[in-house]
Design a protein around this ligand. Structure first.
Ligand code: PMP
Length: 289
C-alpha cells in the first residue's frame, strides 16, 4: 500500500510530496502543527486537536487554511487514502510561500497545508509501556511561548538526541528553579508517595497536551486525586510513580529519571490504571477506514 500525502490542495504520492523552498515553514519555522492518534480506524480527540490548532494559528495570526468542515474532510480523506487504522495523523500549517523576509508578507499569501498519515505499531508501544521507559532531565532552553504548537522544535530535537546519546528514551526539561516543565514531545507527571497525581498547570512554559486534558478527566472518574502544581526534579526522583503523556503514546510509564529508578523501578499501578482507562474517556470519532 503506497502512502499518499496532502500538499496544498492535492493528494500526491508520498515520495513526490514537495513544498516550495520559500515556504515560511522551511525558511523560518513560521508555522504550527498537530498530531492526532488514529485508533481502530477512527480519530481520537479530533475536536480538541482542531481547537488547539485554531488557538496556535490565531496566536501567530495565521488564517485557517480552509473552513473547518473542509479541513476535517481533507484529514479523513488522507487517512482513507492511506488505509491506516492504527497510527497518527500529522498536519502542518505554515504562513505560506513568500519572498524571504522576517515580517509577515505585505500582500497576504495563502497559508500552506500539509497532511500526512503514518501507521504505528501498537504492539510495540504496548511492549514499551509494559517495560516502562527512562528519561533524562535537561535545562529548559526553549523560547517563552511553548504553549503555541509551533514547528520550531530545535531544542526538542537536541533534547531527544541527548536522551538517545545517554541511552534513555526521552528528555524532561527543567526550568531555572529546578521545576520540571514537560517532556521533549510530551507532558510530565508523577504520583507522590501519598498517591497524589501531580502535573504542571497550564502556562506559557508548557504545551497543554490534549492527552493531559483527557487524563485529568480519567483521574477524576477513577477518583484519583490530581494536583496541578509544578514539581522539582528531586521530587520526581523520589516519587512513587512517573509517566509521560502524548497523543501517540497516551500514558507511558517512566521507570528511571537520570538513571535513578522510580518507585519499584517498574510501571506503577496508578499509571497503568490511567493507561488502561484512557480510551474510554477520550472522544473517539466515527470509523473512517
Ligand atoms: N508537550 C510537547 C512539547 C509536545 O510536543 C507534545 C506532543 N505534541 C505534548 C506536550 C503532548 O501533547 P498531546 O497530548 O496533545 O500530544
Amino acid at each position: 500500500m503506497s502512502r499518499v500525502a496532502y500538499v496544498n490542495g492535492r493528494y500526491v504520492p508520498f515520495a513526490e510530496a514537495r513544498v516550495h523552498i520559500e515556504d515560511r515553514g522551511y525558511q523560518l519555522g513560521d508555522g504550527v502543527y498537530e498530531v492526532c492518534e488514529i485508533r481502530d480506524g477512527a480519530f481520537v480527540d479530533e475536536r480538541r486537536h482542531l481547537d488547539r490548532l485554531g488557538r496556535s494559528l490565531s496566536a501567530l495570526r495565521i488564517e485557517m487554511p480552509m473552513p473547518l468542515s473542509s479541513l476535517r474532510y481533507v484529514l479523513r480523506e488522507t487517512v482513507r487514502r492511506n488505509r491506516v487504522t492504527d497510527g497518527l495523523l500529522y498536519l502542518q500549517v505554515t504562513r505560506g510561500v513568500a519572498r524571504r523576509d522576517h515580517g509577515f508578507p505585505e500582500t497576504p499569501v495563502k497559508p500552506a497545508l500539509v497532511v500526512t498519515v503514518r501507521a504505528l505499531d501498537r504492539k510495540k508501544i504496548a511492549a514499551s509501556a509494559r517495560a516502562g521507559i527512562s528519561v533524562i532531565t535537561l535545562p529548559d532552553d526553549r523560547w517563552g511561548r511553548v504553549d503555541i504548537k509551533t514547528i520550531g522544535l530545535l531544542p526538542n530535537v537536541l533534547a531527544r538526541q541527548a536522551a538517545k546519546d545517554a541511552g534513555a528514551k526521552d528528555a524532561w526539561f527543567a526550568d531555572e528553579e529546578g521545576l520540571i516543565t514537560e517532556g521533549a514531545s510530551s507532558n510530565a507527571w508523577i504520583v507522590t508517595r501519598e498517591g497524589v497525581l501531580l502535573t504542571r498547570p497550564s502556562s506559557n512554559r508548557i504545551l497543554t497536551g490534549i492527552t493531559l486534558t483527557v487524563i485529568k478527566e480519567v483521574a477524576a472518574s477513577l477518583q484519583i486525586k490530581v494536583e496541578e502544581r509544578a514539581f522539582t526534579v528531586a521530587e520526581a526522583k523520589a516519587a512513587a510513580e512517573a509517566f509521560l503523556s502524548s497523543a501517540t503514546q497516551t500514558v507511558m510509564p517512566v521507570v528511571a529519571i537520570d538513571g535513578i529508578p522510580i518507585g519499584s523501578g517498574e510501571p506503577g499501578p496508578v499509571t497503568l490504571r490511567l493507561r488502561e482507562a484512557f480510551h474510554r474517556q477520550a472522544e473517539i470519532g466515527p470509523r473512517i477506514v
